[in-house]
Design a protein around this ligand. Structure first.
Ligand SMILES: *[C@@H]1O[C@H](CO)[C@@H](O)[C@H](O)[C@H]1NC(C)=O
Ligand SMILES: *[C@@H]1O[C@H](CO)[C@@H](O)[C@H](O)[C@H]1NC(C)=O
Ligand SMILES: CC(=O)N[C@H]1CO[C@H](CO)[C@@H](O)[C@@H]1O
Length: 343
């Protein structure tokens, strides 16, 4: 079958020519900073040994960065008018934000300012997934950091924890992410995630046994952080999907995935086959990570992940901002959105 073989090769070559990858390959950027992947992996593994919750914190930051307008580290900017002051972002984990800035400082000390905060966020998230027991996948590099925050209209397109299946599916489709991506990213974000009671208070009137247990635990302790994977909360695995099959999904946006024919077959598939989930999760993270910045496409490599380069630099203020933002999130009780909710 020589003709079909060479035909297939021609098609493959043509595909390469007409659809170049959205971002440069990992190795292109690594030439400017061969130490990059080692620095990020070492830092993430050390941080997770102290605090496993950082994995969920990084996943949530990555999702919040990429979903509104593409992965450009716009979510890392602090101060007035920043995305961190908008309700969906008020509960980003300060320790995870600080970890990204710490890694940036190490990378730039070793290589100069050659790697963006957006790339560091993508790599750190990948390594946190792997260190929690999840899959290792390639992260294309070459992103630039935004000059300004994303507009609030884009930030408010993040899915909500109370969203129904159609709303979730439509929100993902508007980003060219499929139902399979939705189910994979929901499980990957939540298999190690935690949520505040306010994120699922919409369920407290439900009559099911599991919803009643959630409500009882929250009325006993309103400040509790509920594990989103109630069987293996700290392991990156496929038990989240088994929980959904058993009616033990915590957020509405989790449990609805079993109630809609467009997503329930994927839940069943991942519940029965962890390797399918792992392989798909890596592919879906690459798709999410390739979402392109819209509107203000100009970018830079920030010297401080919290500020554009043309703003006054002051490292000490960064942590202060983050702590204030985080306190605001708790006090005002904003609901976490549906993906990778975590604290
Ligand atoms: C989705 O894909 C279409 C067709 O390839 C493209 O025109 C559009 O820009 C993509 N949208 C996003 C948000 O990537
Ligand atoms: C509610 O709290 C009890 C006691 O801490 C715990 O064993 C149980 O797992 C909690 N329920 C849920 C749904 O997390
Ligand atoms: C657009 C919007 O909802 N802005 C809100 C962001 O959060 C702050 C509180 O930190 C509110 O005051 C804004 O109204």
């Amino acid at each position: 079958m020589a003709p079909s073989k060479s035909g297939a090769l021609a098609v493959a070559l043509l595909a390469l020519l007409v659809s170049p990858p959205a971002l440069s390959s990992a190795s292109t950027t690594l030439e400017s900073c061969p130490a990059l992947e080692g620095i990020v992996r070492t830092a993430v593994e050390a941080a997770l040994r102290q605090d496993i919750a950082l994995a969920a914190g990084l996943l949530r930051i990555f999702f919040h960065d990429c979903f509104p307008q593409g992965c450009d580290a716009s979510v890392l900017l602090t101060g007035s008018g920043s995305e961190q002051q908008l309700a969906p972002n008020l509960t980003l984990q300060p320790r995870a934000l600080q970890l990204i800035e710490d890694i940036r400082a190490q990378v730039h000390a070793a290589c100069g300012p050659t790697v963006s905060c957006a790339d560091i966020t993508a790599l750190a998230t990948r390594d946190a997934v792997h260190a929690s027991g999840g899959p290792l996948y390639d992260v294309p590099l070459g992103r630039l950091d935004s000059l300004a925050p994303a507009p609030s209209s884009a930030v408010f397109q993040l899915p909500q924890a109370s969203s129904d299946a159609s709303t979730l599916i439509n929100a993902f489709q508007s980003r060219n992410l499929s139902e399979v991506d939705l189910v994979a990213l929901s499980g990957g974000g939540h298999t190690v995630g935690r949520a505040r009671c306010s994120s699922f208070s919409n369920r407290f009137g439900e009559s099911g046994a599991f919803a009643r247990r959630l409500a009882a635990n929250c009325s006993a302790d309103a400040g509790r952080l509920q594990e989103l994977d109630v069987t293996t909360p700290d392991a990156f695995d496929n038990k989240y999907y088994v929980n959904l099959q058993n009616g033990e999904g915590v957020l509405t946006s989790d449990q609805v995935l079993t109630g809609d024919w467009r997503t329930s077959w994927v839940v069943d598939g991942f519940a029965g086959n962890q390797w399918w989930f792992f392989g798909q999760f890596g592919q879906s993270m690459v798709k999410l990570g390739n979402l392109k910045p819209g509107g203000n496409a100009a970018g830079e490599i920030r010297r401080n992940c919290a500020k554009p380069n043309n703003a006054p630099q002051n490292n000490n203020n960064m942590l202060l901002h983050l702590l204030q933002d985080s306190a605001a999130g708790v006090d005002q009780g904003f609901a976490d959105e549906g993906l990778a909710a975590s604290a």
